[in-house]
Design a protein around this ligand. Structure first.
Ligand code: ADP
Ligand code: MG
Length: 296
């Protein structure tokens, strides 16, 4: 008897064919979260990796937008002088109050620097190249590692989640982001040398935890730019899972040109291509974080 076309391989063989997800663990169905009854105070999550081009900014934008779509109030903080987060959300970052003004205290009220995006529930504090002077200007400040924490304290009751998009370095700005945060999310590109430098990053996180922010937690490692068709990508992911175990999110972000396309359009992937699997991947990450209890 010939198989009907819509019969799956599983039905034909009687075995489950692909029981596990790309991380090698069984796939979990993360439920769509119930709406929140009230809002705040925010859980603050820093997206860190001193390597550039690994998906920090893309994750801040796409995860932020996915959480906002689930009714969470989200503030994304652009903490990279390149201003890619601001640009990727279509937000002006020049001649407007920005994170540098707040850090320096030339603008005192953090709310003045907050801009709404086209995505309801998703707000931004922008950054521009001025921020690159911050490390020099703040080096002699008292409690210079705690400046961002102090700024965010003003607004954290208004949000459920604050995502800090770090620059690719482990300098004073990143230490500020880690000091202000409850959790760290590390995006790792499924490429050669993905793990190079991660030991140093983990060491920095441990130091900040030890000296400045004892409550800091590693929320998880996010594998990005994964291409299931290449053996290489699969091997890198395997290594990452071997190294970090359960800390690796079950959600894996595939490689697709939809992300750069969305940035050019100045919109999150969830708006630019809501039905694309890349948008669904970040919605799944949002559900996974909520299911794990990292976010309300
Ligand atoms: N999953 C992905 N697949 C393909 N390209 C991606 C993916 N994630 C990000 N990119 C692209 O890679 C580049 C670097 O990503 P970005 O998020 O800016 O990294 P980072 O903030 O770590 O420097 C950007 O052009 C972005 O559009
Ligand atoms: Mg970036």
């Amino acid at each position: 008897m010939t198989a009907k076309r819509n019969e799956t391989a599983e039905q034909l063989t009687g075995f489950e064919v692909a029981p596990n997800g790309p991380t090698g663990r069984p796939r979990t169905v993360f439920a769509v979260p119930a709406p929140l009854r009230g809002h705040g105070p925010a859980r603050i999550i820093s997206l860190c990796n001193q390597k550039g081009g690994v998906g920090k900014t893309t994750t801040a934008i796409s995860l932020g937008a996915a959480l906002a779509d689930y009714g969470r109030r989200v503030l994304a903080v652009d903490f990279d002088p390149q201003g890619a987060l601001s640009a990727g959300l279509g937000i002006a970052s020049h001649d407007v109050p920005n994170i540098y003004d707040l850090m320096l205290g030339t603008v005192k009220d953090a709310k003045e620097a907050i801009q709404q995006t086209a995505t309801p529930n998703l707000d931004v504090i922008p950054a521009n190249i001025d921020l690159s002077a911050a490390e020099v200007h703040l080096v002699n400040e008292v409690a210079r590692e705690q400046i961002l924490a102090r700024v965010l304290r003003q607004v954290k009751d208004d949000y459920d989640v604050i995502l800090i998009d770090c620059q690719p370095s482990l300098g004073l700005l990143t230490v500020n982001a880690l000091t202000a945060a409850h959790g760290v999310l590390i995006p790792l590109e499924c490429e050669f040398f993905a793990l190079r430098g991660v030991a140093l990053l983990v060491e920095t996180i441990d130091k900040v935890k030890d000296r400045l922010n004892p409550a800091l937690e590693l929320d998880g490692i996010l594998a990005t730019m994964y291409d299931s068709r290449t053996l290489h990508s699969r091997e890198v992911l395997e290594r990452v899972v071997e190294t970090f175990g359960d800390k690796v999110f079950e959600t894996v972000i595939g490689r697709t040109v939809k992300f750069p396309d969305a940035s050019v359009a100045g919109a999150p992937i969830t708006q630019f291509a809501p039905d694309h699997q890349a948008a669904e991947a970040y919605r799944q990450l949002a559900r996974e974080l909520i299911t794990r209890g990292a976010i309300a």
